[in-house]
Design a protein around this ligand. Structure first.
Ligand SMILES: [Zn+2]
Length: 74
């Protein structure tokens, strides 16, 4: 019985996916996009992409402002 690489990885609680380049990584717990372990940020056994990680932690650069949103709403 061949054991797949997914079985042996210690990330059974995380949905894994294989990227186009053959790299296997987790799915973002927030938005569900496919990540590599290099890109993913772990919070509480869950993996998040960088954007969702920022939303969950409130960290990161403050690039979004309400002023810019109003511009497009006009
Ligand atoms: Zn995400």
């Amino acid at each position: 019985m061949p054991y797949g690489p997914l079985r042996e990885m210690p990330h059974d609680h995380v949905p894994l996916a294989q990227a186009a380049n053959g790299e296997i990584g987790p799915l973002c717990h927030g938005c569900g996009i496919r990540l590599t372990f290099g890109q993913s940020m772990a919070i509480d056994k869950h993996y998040f992409c960088w954007q969702c990680y920022q939303q969950n932690t409130g960290a990161g650069p403050s690039t979004s402002g309400k002023e810019t949103e109003k511009r497009f709403y006009r």
